[in-house]
Design a protein around this ligand. Structure first.
Ligand SMILES: [Zn+2]
Length: 242
């Protein structure tokens, strides 16, 4: 392929812009915020699951507290009724003794029920506190996530603005490169890690960093100025200094 030396040198400018574009794109893709946000979202999901489970525990204990209160009502009513009859003395001694015995039994029953009530109330208190702690952790996690997302969005916006500038620059430069040379460059760049054209610096190709053999160098230096050279080692377009 033939191309004016100035067009070949222009390729190096296109290459520099393409490298800058690739770096910006890489930076955008590898922002630490991406991984931090994914980790935060994972934590938030597990917190939401834990809160749902805690809601169930609290709900069950609230029902248990209500049941413990309800269980006490008829026993206390019966105790009051019996106590009144004993106080009134409205029974023969045998029946009276039976009622006194039953009162003692009701007393123990009420004590047991009150112990049970206290137990579930304490458990409810603990479960409610645990749920509140989880809710606080979730709020904290979401606050952190919002900050990370803002930071990510700001950086992506900056990078995109920079990319737009570079892409305009690239389009302006590429417009002055002959179409066949640009197509060759793009083809090589796609398969050679983003570098399609490199300078010949002394004996060294700046694309692969290898020094040319004596025979290759001889060929490079004896070629016509408008011959488009290819590095014998990496096959990239090799641009001589003008
Ligand atoms: Zn090379």
């Amino acid at each position: 392929m033939k191309a004016a030396p100035s067009a070949q040198r222009l390729l190096l400018d296109v290459q520099a812009v393409d490298t800058a574009i690739a770096q910006e794109e890489h930076k955008r893709k590898t922002l630490p915020e991406h991984a931090q946000i994914a980790e935060g979202q994972k934590i938030r999901r597990s917190l939401i699951e834990a809160i749902t489970a805690a809601d169930t525990v609290v709900g069950d204990l609230e029902a248990a507290v209500a049941k413990a209160e309800a269980d006490l009502v008829p026993v206390k009513e019966r105790q009051a009724r019996n106590q009144k009859r004993v106080d009134d003395g409205a029974a023969d001694p045998k029946a009276l003794q039976a009622m006194i015995d039953e009162l003692a039994h009701l007393e123990r029953r009420i004590s047991d029920l009150e112990d049970a009530q206290l137990d579930v109330m304490e458990r409810l208190e603990t479960a409610t506190a645990e749920r509140a702690e989880l809710a606080a952790q979730r709020a904290e996690c979401e606050k952190g996530l919002r900050a990370l997302m803002t930071s990510r969005d700001d950086q992506v916006a900056d990078i995109d603005a920079q990319l737009a500038v570079e892409q305009d620059k690239r389009a302006a430069l590429a417009a002055d490169v002959p179409a066949d040379l640009l197509a060759l460059y793009d083809k090589i760049r796609a398969r050679a890690g983003g570098v399609g054209a490199a300078r010949l610096a002394g004996k060294r190709c700046e694309g692969c960093q290898l020094e040319a053999t004596a025979s290759a160098l001889d060929r490079y230096l004896s070629a016509a100025d408008d011959d488009v050279l290819r590095c014998e080692e990496c096959d990239r377009i090799l641009v001589r200094n003008g």
